[in-house]
Ligand binder design. Structure first.
Ligand code: ZN
Length: 265
């Protein structure tokens, strides 16, 4: 068990986390649904009201044959996410990336909010629901624009690729589908390179994303977990901060700024 956690209260732990982050040489973050809660996005894989409970495995197999399944998925995921805006957590991480403090954001989310907040290097494990991708040439397109120009109708065929005419599908990884290999390899490599690895808003139950902190730890990284409830990995991490990610990150960020000012002298 993490010794630091046993002795210190949450405010002390926040200072410890800020010091670890400030002194890190290769900081990598993994984010999950919890980071987008403040933006009003439901967890699309949650058992309560996630998308995956509304699409049966049978339907996901028939997405290419049945236009109405295609449009059902688009209606469930697309419009909700397109309205959502990044929150303070996304903005703080984007600032850390701009300041070259944070190397890589790996996310289990499909909402594109890290990029919208200004993050320039994001590995999306489960895709991006704001995009369509072509199953033939793999080009990606803004979903909103394509939906606008296409007659959205349950009986109407899904839109086709403007480049090659191939079928377009939402660029998301459904349950039972594999994470694109290149994205996965790159995520593992980033976890292994990290010296501090932060998990934000993920309870680390979804495989294989939940293996990333294990890779990081095996290669010597310190692990910080910020989540509103317990995670599978709390026992193995160095610092566990329980609560709302925006509130916790704001406090950490404030302390990092203090450390920055001190080191300027
Ligand atoms: Zn194409």
């Amino acid at each position: 068990m993490n010794e630091i956690n046993l002795k210190l209260n949450q405010e002390d732990l926040i200072i410890k986390a800020a010091e670890l982050i400030f002194n890190s040489k290769y900081l990598v973050v993994l984010t999950g649904a919890g980071i987008s809660n403040d933006s009003g996005i439901p967890d699309f894989r949650s058992s309560k009201d996630g998308l995956c409970t509304k699409i049966t495995p049978e339907e996901s197999k028939n997405i290419f044959k049945e236009p109405k399944i295609f449009w059902k998925i688009v209606k469930l995921v697309g419009p909700n996410l397109i309205k959502a805006k990044p929150n303070l957590s996304h903005r703080i991480l984007a600032n850390w990336q701009k300041d070259k403090k944070l190397k890589t954001v790996i996310t289990q989310n499909i909402d594109g909010l890290h990029q919208e907040a200004g993050s320039n290097w994001v590995l999306e494990l489960h895709g991006n629901a704001k995009e369509f991708s072509c199953i033939v040439c793999h080009s990606r397109f803004d979903a909103k624009k394509i939906i606008k120009s296409h007659k959205e109708n349950e009986e109407h065929l899904p839109p086709s690729c403007p480049s090659c005419g191939g079928l377009l599908i939402l660029n998301i990884v459904m349950f039972g589908q594999n994470i694109p290999e290149l994205i996965w390899m790159e995520s593992v490599s980033e976890a292994q390179k990290s010296d501090v690895f932060i998990v934000i808003g993920s309870s680390l139950v979804v495989y294989p994303a939940n293996q990333l902190p294990i890779y990081a730890k095996k290669y010597g990284a310190k692990i910080i977990i910020i989540n509103d409830s317990k995670t599978e990995f709390d026992e193995f991490s160095d610092i566990v901060l329980t609560g709302n990610s925006s509130i916790i990150l704001k406090k950490i960020d404030k302390f990092i700024q203090k450390l920055n000012n001190k080191s300027d002298f």
